[in-house]
Design a protein around this ligand. Sequence first.
Ligand SMILES: [Zn+2]
Ligand SMILES: [Zn+2]
Length: 213
Amino acid sequence: MNTTASPKTPLPVPPNNRLAGRSRRARTEPMSVLPLGDGLYEVESASGHTYLVDLEGGRCTCPDHVFREARCKHIRRIAIEITEGRTPPPGEIAVSCEECGETIFVDEDDNEPFYCGAHTIWPGDTVIDRETGDRLTVVDVSDLRADAVEIGAADTTVAEYATNERYDPDVPVVGAVYPHATVATNGVVPKSLRVYVFPRTRLEKATRPQSTR
Ligand SMILES: [Zn+2]
Ligand SMILES: [Zn+2]
């Protein structure tokens, strides 16, 4: 899993702020924070050294903490970044949206692929099939993996289906219908309606609403 570190820059000091010592250096020195999960963080300091911090335990591997038992600038920096939304709190990690690359915070136990709010798909959304360019309407968003769902008619799994070969077999599947099929306005799908199942990454969320014909 590719976790994302916060940008290595100084943080702005609020006006009329009288921070001194470690509290001040925690803001003014360029540091980057990488959440590792399990409440652990890696901090890259201005000098390029990296230190490991257990935030909830209040421990850091730097000399200031190890030899002086100080609440060092690295521990303070992580606390500030969490408060300001630059770094996720314990239990979450920072990842990139599969579609646009935007940094998002997700539960550290969640599975890839990850999508930002704008690229998360829901039943009723319009999506585009990357293989054919066809527009479809999403009816079902699943946690089941493409290599665990059978396509009965083709006697294969979604992952092994010929046109799905270049998509990862461990991504979740999405059920969608072609728009000529009528979907009741209350979201209930008639039994006769054919639902096609795709690996999530094969579908791209359509950002503009489809014009009505
Ligand atoms: Zn430290
Ligand atoms: Zn996105």
